[in-house]
Structures are given as structure tokens and as C-alpha cells.
Design a protein around this ligand. Structure first.
Ligand code: FES
Length: 101
């Protein structure tokens, strides 16, 4: 199993915001849902839109390309039950956000 890798500082990801980071060449989307950090793939399974650039409302991110909605806590797509995005384990240590990809 891969190690947790530091990807960002909590100060770069205020509550309600999203951000894209890279881990070993893989783009990961980070979301701060009310102080709880979640990580998913950055790549929308519809046509590859950048989910980390989407708008976060509660625990749902809206893909900036065609507005599909994904629950960042579970990876579930609210528009199409056949679409699911991978979620990754997250740890917060002090100000450091660590993700295991
Ligand atoms: S690429 Fe995300 S909804 Fe189409």
C-alpha cells in the first residue's frame, strides 16, 4: 500500500473550497467540506473534466464541463448511478494535508 504524501497546507484549502494537486503524476482533487478534507480523482468519468476546478456545495462538487454532480465523500454520481469516482484516504497532521493514492 502506498504511503501518505503531503499534498497541500490546510491554509490553501478553506472550508467550502476545492483545489487540484498532483501526486506521482496523478491529478487529485481536494475538497474541504465543513473542515473535513476529502480527496478524489480530478478526472470526471463523463468526459474528463477537472473536478478540482468545480464548484463545491456542501459535499457535492459540480463538474465545470457539463455540470454532473458528485458526492465527494462517497464518489457517487447524482446524475448517473453507473458513474463513480475513486476517493482516496486523507489525513490532516497539523496544517499538512496528506493523501494516500
Ligand atoms: S466532463 Fe464532467 S460532466 Fe462532462
Amino acid at each position: 500500500m502506498a504511503d501518505f504524501v503531503r499534498v497541500a497546507s490546510l491554509s490553501d484549502l478553506p472550508a467550502g473550497s476545492a483545489k487540484t494537486v498532483e501526486v506521482g503524476g496523478t491529478a487529485i482533487a481536494l475538497f474541504n467540506v465543513g473542515g473535513q478534507v476529502h480527496a478524489t480523482t480530478n478526472t470526471c468519468p463523463h468526459r474528463g473534466g477537472p473536478l478540482g476546478e468545480g464548484v463545491l456545495g456542501g459535499d457535492v462538487v459540480v463538474c465545470p464541463w457539463h455540470a454532473f454532480e458528485f458526492e465527494v465523500t462517497s464518489g457517487r454520481c447524482l446524475n448517473n448511478p453507473n458513474l463513480q469516482i475513486p476517493c482516496f484516504p486523507v489525513k490532516v497532521e497539523g496544517q499538512d494535508i496528506l493523501v494516500q493514492v
